[in-house]
Design a protein around this ligand. Sequence first.
Ligand SMILES: Nc1ncnc2c1ncn2[C@@H]1O[C@H](COP(=O)(O)OP(=O)(O)OP(=O)(O)O)[C@@H](O)[C@H]1O
Ligand code: SF4
Ligand SMILES: [Mg+2]
Length: 363
Amino acid sequence: MSSTLNNEVLGSTSSWQPHDGLLLEVDGLEVEFRTREGVAKAINGVSFDLREGETLAILGESGSGKSVTAQAVMGILDSPPGFVTGGEVRYCGEDILAMSDERRRTIRGPEISMVFQDALSSLNPVFPVGWQIAEMFRQHRGMNKSNALAEAVRLMERVQIPGAAQRVKAYPHQFSGGMRQRIMIAMAIALDPAVLIADEPTTALDVTVQAQIMQLLEELQAERRMGLILITHDLGVVADVADRIAVMYAGRIVEYADVFDLYAQPAHPYTKGLLESIPRLDRKGETLASIGGLPPNLMQIPPGCPFNPRCNYAQDICREQRPELYEVGHHRRSACHFADQLVRGQEPPLTRRRDQLEGGVRP
Ligand SMILES: Nc1ncnc2c1ncn2[C@@H]1O[C@H](COP(=O)(O)OP(=O)(O)OP(=O)(O)O)[C@@H](O)[C@H]1O
Ligand code: SF4
Ligand SMILES: [Mg+2]
């Protein structure tokens, strides 16, 4: 169903229009968690934007701040202990963080919607899936029960659930993991949002189903011209789908690039490490590299570059001075003191070997 047709059928009345072509602008976002053990600086000045029809992948190891960024954008941060301590999140030019709860509710769901990693815990186990999808149309579009249910069946068909008309009355536990994720996607796109945030939508699924869900998201994004944010820790999963990639480390974006540029030549040692840890068919039999060491404790982020304790190129300046995220090419930013060299394919001198780092983990 095209976006226009969908809007006609559902009577969408969105008055939001992209601002300078931008749907979403995240500017200097800061989030901290105030816990009994101390303050964890989870997000430290994250900025990115998203246009209509564009796919941005947010990539990083566990704990790098991907989900917290999404939660802050959606306004669903667990607070307390989480607090937004700085920055702006603008939707179509208007700061979501500064608006009233009532106004924010007109955005969350109808305009910006989200798919979570764990479909089983996100769906209500005691209601049939068709009923749960139909509720979206009843609550937000004022449809009567039978029209809402018919719309739910249409949407289930669109996300390729076999026998949708018969299975509309089935419960979440009666579907496979992949099918449940399709139902979550159906609910997320029901109101024809302008922005869809998918937080690790395929992590719990096997590789074949992962690929099918990614393809479905790609198709839906193209036909509805949505802005799509794909959160993942797996660079391999987003390679074919993303337009741009933001690589996160310790609550910061450390590299921001068009997908082809990033694959061709990473401009940050952390991205380089992530790329080297992806299995490749053309290098069958080779041992996969891993990034040595562990991400920092967010209550004690090291001075200088947060990646320095794990970086093979770390020099004195890296321990003393925090590198800013700066332009290193067209649409391209990196937060590394040696990014200009890296982006030209020149490797800075190695200051430690991989085997000198302990506790290597694969991202
Ligand atoms: N409810 C919370 N209370 C305290 N700290 C939290 C809470 N939620 C998140 N954090 C902190 O924020 C950091 C970032 O968490 P986030 O969930 O965004 O990581 P992530 O990048 O999504 O990781 P993953 O790949 O495992 O999902 C965590 O390392 C943790 O220190
Ligand atoms: S600034 Fe230094 S420590 Fe940080 S990524 Fe670049 S080379 Fe490594
Ligand atoms: Mg997460």
